[in-house]
Write a protein that binds this ligand. Sequence first.
Ligand code: SF4
Length: 70
Amino acid sequence: MSGITLADIVKSKIQGKELQTVTVQKQHERIETCIACPHSTMNNKLCGKCGCVIEYKTKFEDAECPIGKW
Ligand code: SF4
């Protein structure tokens, strides 16, 4: 699984797709998973696997962890 990246989501938005965001609780759960993940870098700001900004990527329903953690 490669995961849907933040870049993919931005492209979808540019193409006119409606983007859904997750609840604040769900985003926090995703962020907690990222913080505990060995692939988070830059003080848990970036995912080292996909290069996405964790704070933004975790907001979108269609986003996916590239290794299937969320
Ligand atoms: S998106 Fe997945 S691989 Fe990247 S830091 Fe979060 S849990 Fe780890």
